[in-house]
Design a protein. Structure first.
Length: 198
């Protein structure tokens, strides 16, 4: 890995683009036969997690544009809307990257809680990274090495979000990882995931 990778300051749009590159083959590789399978995100099976990711990706586009989001509503069943749900989700991830690549998207505040826009973009990055890892694990797919710049951004976001996210049940209790664990595996542990889940 290029040691300069973590020294350069990347925009959220660029980081989301990196996450999308790993997400697209995973989304396309989800077989219909696995939609009822368990995932590392215990409250979701594969289908429910796909629908959650759909909702996240669409709502974070709105937040990039400083528009109100609708996270309170139940996630629509996008999988039931037709067999092309994979390509529709891939297209939405492209729109997410574009939305956060607009100049000024990560400046100021956004969302009902008036959070810093860069941190909100980091939340989108966290979901697109960790939930796609969940889907890859649940469906027996490779996920690939996460770029150092993505891990660094996520580590900062998780550190800021962790106390509240844990109180709200968004993150599970931390999972211990071995001494040889990668930075991404340590991050997964901090969100309450077992990096060795399978």
């Amino acid at each position: 890995m290029d040691t300069n990778e973590t020294k350069k300051t990347y925009g959220i749009g660029e980081l989301l683009g990196m996450a999308r590159e790993r997400a697209v083959p995973v989304v396309r590789g989800i077989p219909d036969s696995a939609l009822g399978a368990a995932t590392p995100c215990a409250e979701y099976d594969v289908k429910a997690l796909v629908n959650h990711v759909f909702q996240v990706v669409v709502q974070f586009q709105r937040l990039a544009a400083k528009e109100p989001s609708e996270f309170g509503a139940a996630a629509p069943d996008r999988v039931a809307e037709g067999a092309d749900w994979r390509e529709r989700l891939v297209a939405e991830t492209g729109r997410l990257v574009a939305a956060w690549s607009v100049p000024g998207a990560e400046e100021g505040v956004t969302g009902a809680m008036g959070m810093p826009a860069r941190l909100v973009g980091g939340m989108a990055l966290l979901d697109l990274t960790v939930h796609v890892w969940d889907l890859a694990r649940a469906t027996g797919q490779e996920y690939g090495e996460v770029e150092g710049a993505v891990v660094a951004e996520l580590a900062g976001a998780v550190a800021e979000l962790e106390p509240t996210a844990r109180k709200m049940g968004v993150f599970g209790e931390p999972v211990g990882v071995g001494e040889g664990a990668s930075a991404f595996e340590r991050l997964l542990g901090r969100t309450g995931r077992d990096p060795g889940w399978g």
